[in-house]
Write a protein that binds this ligand. Structure first.
Ligand SMILES: NC(=O)c1ccc[n+]([C@@H]2O[C@H](COP(=O)([O-])OP(=O)(O)OC[C@H]3O[C@@H](n4cnc5c(N)ncnc54)[C@H](OP(=O)(O)O)[C@@H]3O)[C@@H](O)[C@H]2O)c1
Length: 271
């Protein structure tokens, strides 16, 4: 039987790919984005299995309204894909406090808003799957990624615990940690860059910007392949708690674990 999906950030990138893949698999999708028209654009032909709604995830009331409308119209929300997000890319001291707060407002509190709106429906039905699009940057942080990683580490910490709180009610969680995906993510259409000039960082910032410019559009991983993995996993009875996607992600996460093991061993040696 077709299930009902609610996807955030469905106008572009990974959210768009998940929406299309789920629709092609015969599912019903309530696809949301800051502009419902942008979400609908290019997704004609799915008729009443696609329902496009406007949702800026920083608006908690709008998130509640979208969840209620979905349940009223389709009877349930079987799969939530908490995907919308963006990156503040650059060195911590080059960001204003406002930019850092905006990063958390969207990636952390926005993602929480949507989960808070949907979880009660799933809890009452004793069933559902929450897919949270985190990042390998939720496990590993490097220079240039401190602010974005801080937001994704927060998502990981919150969702790892919230998943345990929901499990007794039959609500499952899948945390997704992609490596670099070929989307608008690194483009100025999506990403923001720290604007405060600090001479000490000038050379490192220039190198980082040239890395981002070179990587933009050439990322190694295909969002459509990840979308296919997520849609396939969502139809399994048992889902893993985590999905790392891409060789870059598995290598970076593996290196982090090795380093952590070493640090734990050194700490133990110190008594
Ligand atoms: N691409 C990567 O390398 C990568 C790697 C790991 C994780 N991720 C994560 O994957 C998710 C999707 O990113 P993407 O790669 O698909 O990037 P993208 O192509 O830039 O798409 C981002 C999507 O998020 C939406 N969005 C941004 N702020 C929003 C808000 N306040 N409310 C609602 N929607 C909002 C955008 O909508 P508008 O069209 O309205 O701007 C767009 O649909 C993000 O959580 C990102 O952190 C990406």
């Amino acid at each position: 039987m077709a299930r009902v999906w609610l996807v955030t950030g469905a106008s572009r990138g990974l959210g768009r790919a998940i929406t299309r893949t789920a629709l092609d698999a015969g599912e019903t999708v309530v696809a949301t984005g800051r502009s419902a028209d942008a979400v609908r654009d290019g997704l004609e032909g799915y008729h009443d299995r696609l329902h496009a709604l406007a949702l800026d995830i920083t608006d908690a009331e709008a998130a509640r309204a979208v969840a209620s409308e979905t349940v009223k119209r389709f009877g349930s929300i079987d799969v939530l894909v908490n995907n919308a997000g963006y990156a503040e890319l650059g060195f911590f001291e080059t960001f204003t406090d406002a930019a850092i707060r905006r990063q958390f407002e969207v990636n952390v509190f926005g993602t929480m808003n949507v989960a808070r709106a949907v979880a009660p429906h799933m809890r009452r039905r004793r069933s559902g799957l929450i897919v949270t699009i985190s990042s390998v940057s939720g496990l590993v942080s490097n220079s240039g990624g401190s602010v974005y990683s801080a937001s994704k580490f927060a998502v990981e910490g919150w969702m790892e615990g919230f998943a345990e709180e929901l499990a007794p009610f039959g609500v499952r969680s899948l945390l997704v940690e992609p490596g670099m995906l070929r989307t608008d993510f690194m483009d100025r259409k999506s990403a923001s860059f720290g604007g405060i000039d600090i001479p000490d960082y000038a050379e490192a910032v220039a190198q980082y910007r040239s890395f981002v410019e070179g990587a933009n559009g050439n990322q190694p991983n295909d969002p459509k392949l990840l979308a296919a993995r997520i849609v396939a996993l969502a139809s399994q009875v048992e889902t893993p708690a985590r999905l790392l996607f891409g060789n870059d992600a598995t290598q970076w996460a593996g290196a982090k674990i090795d380093k952590l093991r070493e640090e734990i061993a050194q700490s133990a040696d110190l008594g």
